[in-house]
Design a protein around this ligand. Structure first.
Ligand SMILES: [Ca+2]
Length: 352
């Protein structure tokens, strides 16, 4: 080691003696600066890593290796339906028609401020828009239920994030699919599959997360009645804003889950990880004293309501409606004339 340093130094000496504008002193300074910079950068990265790991809540997280997941009594997760565990992922549904699968946490989430990072993969043989139906990420009062909302029950209570891969309502192609959206259920609101849930969505965005060349993630952050949804699906290692809702009240003690369903169309729907981080947030005394939330709600919910346009008449339908209306009116006029003629004749006969 010493020998190498010495020989390197002698090489520097010869180098600097050949090129006097590059004196050895400067080289040493540069080397020192470089070393200090390396140490600082290394330390800050390590700090960040530690920071993140400190706040990762393993009891609420699903990550590799999935030891005992779904069958061991020590596992924090239950599987249902077609969901299976492999070394690389939890597959909610295979690329086969009419399947439903889910994974649900056994532990209710009692954190006030949190961040959920979901690593998922949706892929299959079907051509674009000939695949379906997508997956749902949940934080709800209910768990382990079957149903029509991406393999979970309708009229759920809590938060649903949907990666919808099939455009059921999109006749005008006004939004690209897959479309990621969020909905807050209060136990009576219904998700309408035929409209891709537009009547109840709080926000969302298009995210090309199917058959993607990169790892695909979504991130949900909830703190101080604000829910933000971000996506990372194009391999750029940056989060893109997808939805940002303020005034959203979500009770604690709900369950995390992920579910999926296939119908006539199908895909593989895989969850690689769901990592839950606790957020440390400074709160004012008033914020600390907020009364307990019992039912999920959003302030000014109306502002998020989307008008669903009933499908109008097509040109051909309009033509036939008009044609039959005119014919009908014509027939009525003829009948009227005949009746009038008879009445007039009868009157004349009576007159004579
Ligand atoms: Ca859909």
């Amino acid at each position: 080691m010493v020998a190498t340093v010495t020989s390197n130094l002698s090489r520097y000496r010869s180098f600097s003696s050949l090129y006097p504008m590059f004196p050895l002193k400067n080289l040493r300074k540069l080397a020192c600066l470089f070393a200090v910079a390396c140490v600082l950068v290394g330390r800050s990265l390590a700090d960040e890593q530690d920071f993140m790991e400190d706040f990762l809540k393993r009891e609420y997280s699903l990550a590799k290796p999935y030891r005992g997941l779904g069958f061991s009594s020590s596992s924090q997760w239950d599987l249902m339906g077609t969901a299976v565990v492999t070394p690389d992922h939890v597959r909610l549904t295979p690329d086969v028609q009419s399947r439903q699968g889910a994974v649900w946490s056994r532990v209710p989430l009692y954190l006030q401020d949190w961040e959920l990072k979901v690593h998922f993969k949706i892929h299959g043989q079907g051509k674009k828009n000939l695949n379906g139906d997508g997956l749902g990420i949940w934080l709800t009062k209910e768990r382990m239920q079957n149903g029509p909302v991406f393999g979970n029950m309708n009229q759920f209570t809590g938060l649903g994030i949907f990666v919808d891969t099939y455009p059921n309502a999109d006749k005008n192609h006004d939004r690209g699919f897959p479309f990621i959206s969020m909905m807050l259920g209060n136990g009576t609101l219904s998700y309408n599959h035929d409209y891709d849930g537009r009547t109840t969505e709080l926000g969302g965005c298009t995210a090309m997360a199917r058959n993607a060349a990169y790892d695909t993630f979504l991130l949900v952050r909830y703190s101080k009645k604000r829910l933000t949804l971000m996506v990372n699906v194009d391999g750029k290692q940056e989060w893109k804003d997808c939805a940002d809702i303020t005034g959203l009240r979500l009770p604690i003690g709900y369950f995390l889950g992920a579910s999926s369903a296939t119908g006539d169309l199908s895909d593989n729907h895989d969850i690689i990880s769901m990592k839950l981080y606790q957020l440390k947030v400074d709160k004012s005394p008033e914020e600390e004293e907020e009364e307990e939330v019992l039912i999920p709600s959003v302030d000014n919910m109306e502002q998020f309501q989307v008008e669903v346009q009933e499908e109008g008449m097509s040109g051909l339908q309009f033509f036939f409606t008009l044609l039959f209306s005119i014919l009908g009116l014509g027939v009525l006029a003829v009948i009227g004339l005949i009746v009038y003629g008879r009445w007039k004749e009868n009157r004349r006969k009576r007159f004579y």
